[in-house]
Ligand binder design. Structure first.
Ligand SMILES: [Zn+2]
Length: 413
């Protein structure tokens, strides 16, 4: 075996375990593996879990925070406009350089799968997509990058975008993106969704849309997306991010829509750190959190996951491409602090995210891909409490990163 991780804890299982890796796969999980590995890691009772999956991140615009003018309002419109100033002049090399910094941060923070959104519109044309496709090539064989063909300026209100998206799919994008709530009219939002399905069926690809990313209770594209998903037989192949308006619907309508989402097999990505700063901007006090109905969706059996979304860009000045930080925000913003809730939130950045992306071989059982984090603590609660990066990050049986926290004082912890 090329790698053996010794004496780690596993999720939902008691005891300490050795994990043996041959090539890119886990070969055995046992209390004691008697063979020697070419390389061995002593987990020393820390938790070993599959690497984190970041199912929604905009790396074409990441790290613009270092060069852009300040965002004075944080309104959606100003976020768009600041991005326009840079998007017109993007080059492929510029995107790959800025995005690679975020990928490296992500690796150090234990993420090895990234679903990367690339803007496709009349402002930047296909350049952002070219940049993200080049990023995928640069990192191929190290981490997994999926490219989303994403209409950041919507489709109907930005003529020519559908044709650009079609060309983007031909160029090799993996996922059809969408932003229906940004259309001028409900009827246009529905046409937008229809056109995304036209592309998804033509190229046999999955769909990931940003849906009803607003406090406005009249923003109602999620129900149409759910019904369309059922009618087109796309169960399990559609993800929707944000869905903040769902929280603003009255209870009767919200329950109807949540049942439709469940029946349609749509996965919902909540990114609360973004919603906390983007929504509630018209509220005086109390200020709403802008987060969708995470706990209700989870309890109803909807596949909920959570993602970084933005890293140091016009929409969000923070972000470390760190799914542990994202999970901690979910715990706080969604009131998920009981043991079963903390376990669920951890699944939002691991198993559920993997299910949303339909990843093959995800887990810590023989035959799964050897994409593993040796985390910094023995339990999820302490991993999220301490917010320390994984001690070791492994992808395809190779060690990608090792983190050591060095603290010096006269007291020992
Ligand atoms: Zn986003």
């Amino acid at each position: 075996m090329n790698l053996i991780i010794r004496q780690g804890r596993l999720l939902d299982r008691s005891g300490l375990w050795d994990i043996g890796v041959r090539g890119e796969r886990i070969e055995s999980v046992a209390g004691r593996i008697n063979a020697a590995g070419a390389r061995e890691i002593d987990a020393a009772g820390r938790l070993v879990a599959p690497t984190y999956v970041n199912g929604h991140v905009h790396l074409d615009k990441c790290n613009l925070g270092d060069v852009m003018r300040p965002n004075r309002t944080n309104s959606f419109q100003e976020c768009l406009e600041i991005t326009w100033e840079h998007k017109r002049g993007y080059t492929v090399d510029d995107i790959v350089a800025r995005a690679s910094r975020a990928i490296i941060e992500g690796i150090h923070n234990g993420t090895t799968v990234f679903r990367v959104f690339a803007d496709v519109d009349s402002i930047g044309g296909l350049r952002p997509l070219e940049g993200v496709l080049a990023l995928r090539e640069k990192w191929r064989g190290i981490v997994r990058i999926e490219v989303v063909d994403f209409p950041q300026e919507a489709i109907i209100r930005d003529p020519g975008t559908f044709e650009l998206m079609e060309e983007g799919m031909r160029m090799g994008a993996d996922i059809v993106g969408g932003l229906p709530w940004h259309e001028h009219l409900d009827a246009d939002a529905q046409r937008h969704i229809d056109q995304c399905f036209t592309l998804a069926k033509k190229f046999d690809k999955d769909i990931h849309m940003l849906v009803d990313d607003t406090d406005n209770p009249n923003s109602r594209s999620l129900e149409y997306l759910a019904v369309k998903t059922m009618r087109e037989g796309f169960a399990g192949r559609v993800a929707a991010s944000h869905c903040g308006a769902l929280a603003a619907y009255d209870e009767v309508h919200a329950h109807k829509v949540m049942a439709q989402v469940k029946d349609a097999g749509i996965s919902i990505s909540t990114n609360p750190h973004i919603s906390l700063v983007a929504q509630g901007r018209y509220d005086q006090e109390p200020i709403r959190r802008g987060v969708t109905r995470v706990k209700q969706l989870w309890r109803q059996g909807v596949n909920v996951f959570s993602s970084q979304d933005d890293v140091n860009d016009p929409y969000y000045p923070f972000g470390r491409n760190d799914q542990q930080e994202v999970a901690a925000f979910v715990c706080h913003a969604c009131h998920m602090t009981y043991p079963d809730e903390i376990r669920a939130v951890f699944s939002f950045v691991t198993e559920n995210a993997a299910r949303a992306l339909r990843l093959e071989g995800y887990g810590v059982t023989p035959g799964c891909r050897a994409d593993l984090n040796v985390l910094a603590a023995p339990t999820i609660q302490h991993v999220l409490r301490l917010q320390q990066p994984p001690a070791w990050v492994i992808a395809q049986g190779e060690i990608l990163a090792h983190n050591e926290i060095k603290r010096e004082s006269k007291w020992a912890l």
